[in-house]
Design a protein around this ligand. Structure first.
Ligand code: ATP
Length: 269
């Protein structure tokens, strides 16, 4: 039940500095930040602003982080929903929730709506499964109606994330809806090092730890995996009552994260 409740807008402090790599995505999103900071000026210059941006990429690669950074950079309220939250709802509740969120976002405009896991509401319609399916379809129809029902100059930008763009209902991708795609990739070795630097800031690491070396030994890791690795290492170090995280803690944590990835059958061969 708590999941069905409309969350208030969040004030976020994330900036592009918190995001390592993804330069192409950041450059594209700068334009959106500029718009959100000053929607009226943008409008008078005749710039065309997308209503909906679809961020596409593997899990844990920073899609949510980027959306939050846009809100933080532009200092606008951030409304968020997760597609899978709708799965447990009664018929009609999801659609109402979508409608309420757009109304709130328009009231507080300029603002951002972020829809994580959009594939769980945005899958192709008419698969004829019945049951919870009706609810999903109603929610998707409401989302389409809301996207069509405001003008870009109202100052609401809708960002959505998925790692399954192939299963999305094509109606979502039409002009005036999610017609702009931003692709995010797994980090390169260089960017893995930058991500580790960001997440090492609030950790106590022994002086001999070489983040470049960790970056070299973690091909296929996402940003989320790297964050996880440092957290695990800190927990292991605490268990041994160490004063700082040591290389052996990092090694143990890396093995643990790798095991998890292998079990899920993703990325690492
Ligand atoms: P999902 O598809 O699982 O929702 P996502 O792409 O939205 O994943 P995020 O939630 O943005 O991934 O990333 C998870 C965490 O991983 C972030 O909170 C951040 O701490 C870290 N992270 C991921 N990518 C980066 C990056 N490029 N720079 C810094 N941190 C990152």
């Amino acid at each position: 039940q708590s999941k069905a409740k409309l969350q208030d807008a969040e004030k976020v402090n994330t900036t592009f500095e918190d995001v390592a790599g993804l330069e192409g995505a950041k450059t594209e999103l700068q334009e959106i930040v500029g718009f959100l900071k000053n929607p009226n000026q943008f409008d008078s210059l005749g710039g065309e602003i997308p209503k909906g941006l679809l961020m596409v990429g593997p899990p844990g690669t920073g899609k949510t982080l980027l959306a939050r950074a846009v809100a933080g950079e532009a200092r606008v309220p951030f409304f968020t929903i997760t597609g899978s939250d709708f799965m447990e709802m009664f018929v009609g509740v999801g659609a109402k929730r979508v409608r309420d969120m757009f109304n709130k976002a328009k009231e507080k405009a300029p603002s951002i709506i972020f829809i994580d896991e959009i594939d769980s509401i945005g899958r192709k319609r008419g698969a004829g499964l019945g049951g919870g399916h009706d609810e999903r379809e109603q929610t998707l129809n409401q989302l389409l109606a809301e996207l069509d029902g405001f003008e870009p100059n109202e100052g609401v930008v809708v960002m959505a994330a998925t790692n399954r763009p192939d299963i999305l209902d094509k109606a979502l991708l039409r002009p005036g809806r999610f017609d702009r795609q931003i692709t995010v990739h797994l980090p390169t070795q260089e960017h893995r090092e930058e991500i580790l630097e960001i997440h090492a800031k609030n950790k106590k690491l022994s002086d001999d730890i070489d983040l470049g070396e960790i970056a070299r030994s973690t091909p296929g890791f996402s940003g989320a995996d790297l964050q996880n690795l440092l957290n695990e290492a800190a927990l292991i170090a605490a268990r041994y009552k160490r004063k700082a995280v040591e290389q052996q803690d990092i090694d143990q944590a890396r093995d643990k994260v790798m095991m998890g990835l292998k079990r899920e059958g993703i990325r690492l061969s």
